[in-house]
Write a protein that binds this ligand. Structure first.
Ligand code: ATP
Length: 374
């Protein structure tokens, strides 16, 4: 086992998911569950996964540009100093900036308060093809709002059901929702807050109200526990991330987002035009010199696409290889089908590359003839 999750003993989604009977108190916030290795391994591993994540994100983006309706939304919650900003920046830095949309949610404005608590959330949802990231979210409306009694109890109490309903709708409309709760220990939070006071370059991150929030630690823990019990659903589970080691929260979230995209398996959209026809037309607008250079580059250009595809397909094959241990005949058949698909895809690329080169050779000859006539 484990081939699917190099670096991990198991899928971090299984390890970190808040399932039935989950108790926040039992989470070891200094733990690094499932990751084989230390900080330097995590950094190296994370960079490698970043390349795959970037490839998958580009596919999702392309899908969204050509009529696809799918998107991903990462909700990031956590107490002060848990590292929400750092994790968010880290994951976002691995993908093309045009493919991600970040929204931070602070105290609601007057206008936002005039609407239902989900109004500002609905306005910030990712468009098809995008990976949306929420730094704080609608969960503040059952966390800070509950702890600080900002609305009557029955009002926040009714919000858990509203949230579940809203998230179901969202997921049904094509958004994959990933909810991350970054959990630091009480001691680690104290150390991080003290560092903000000690370092002149970090003081801007400190707010005296952080101390009030810290004084209400137990109430916040209870509010988080209620969130996990009541809103970790099959369609939108919570992943509770031990966050005393920042490197761990980063590598865990990167892996969960990457694996989610692998499962979504976005492919390249088929154009509604024919590349051979377009190549004929483009060649009429090119010199024989440029065409000759392009011809010489053909194999290398196609090889790039094959290599990028292979990276994604390797993940998909590993998904099915994971099932081999189960000795389940259906799983083995799936694995064979996945391998056959990869072989067929490669053969198709090679066949197309051969035809492309033949076409380009003809086009170079035609261009030269055209140029001698001039
Ligand atoms: P952070 O603490 O996330 O680094 P920050 O210090 O820059 O952010 P803001 O982003 O302006 O501050 O606001 C964060 C604050 O807004 C948090 O204290 C949070 O509890 C509060 N907040 C967010 N949503 C709500 C809400 N719906 N109702 C009340 N307060 C909220």
């Amino acid at each position: 086992m484990g081939s699917r999750h190099p670096g991990w003993t198991a899928d971090p989604r299984d390890l970190l998911r808040a399932g039935p009977g989950f108790t926040l108190e039992d989470v070891d916030r200094g733990g690094t569950p499932g990751f084989r290795g230390r900080k330097s391994d995590a950094e190296r591993f994370g960079r490698d996964r970043g390349r795959l994540l970037s490839e998958l994100q580009e596919r999702l983006f392309a899908e969204g540009r050509t009529g696809g309706t799918r998107s991903v939304l990462c909700v990031v919650q956590g107490l002060d100093t848990a590292g929400k900003g750092g994790v968010t920046r880290h994951v976002m830095s691995m993908v093309d900036p045009q493919g991600v949309a970040l929204h931070s949610f602070g105290p609601p404005s007057e206008e936002e308060l005039r609407h239902d608590f989900l109004w500002r959330i609905r306005n910030a949802l990712p468009r098809p093809g995008l990976i949306g990231v929420f730094d704080r979210s609608h969960y503040e409306d059952v966390l800070v709002v509950r702890v600080k009694h900002l609305v009557p109890d029955d009002e926040w109490e009714s919000r858990y059901d509203q949230i579940n309903h809203f998230e179901k709708e969202l997921v049904d409309s094509g958004t994959v929702l990933l909810k991350f709760a970054l959990m630091v220990s009480h001691d680690e939070q104290g150390i991080r807050l003290m560092e903000r006071l000690d370092r002149p370059d970090k003081r801007w991150k400190f707010n005296p109200s952080d101390l009030e929030t810290r004084a209400q630690w137990a109430d916040y823990q209870a509010a988080y526990q209620a969130v996990f019990e009541r809103t970790s659903t099959d369609w939108a589970p919570w992943y509770v991330i031990p966050s005393d080691h920042k490197w761990y929260s980063r590598v865990a979230i990167t892996e969960i987002v990457t694996q989610t995209l692998v499962d979504m398996n976005p492919g390249w959209p088929e154009p509604d035009w024919n590349p051979f026809e377009m190549r004929d037309r483009l060649a009429e607008l090119m010199s024989s010199r440029a065409l000759t250079e392009s011809l010489a580059d053909t194999t290398r250009t196609v090889a790039k696409a094959v290599a990028a595809d292979a990276k994604v397909q390797r993940e998909e094959i590993e998904v099915s290889l994971d099932d081999v241990d189960s000795e389940d005949a259906a799983a083995r058949a799936d694995e064979r089908a996945a391998l056959a698909e990869v072989t067929a895809q490669r053969a198709a690329y090679v066949a197309e590359a051969i035809r492309t080169k033949q076409q380009k050779q003809r086009l170079v000859t035609a261009a030269k003839a055209r140029e001698t006539l001039r």
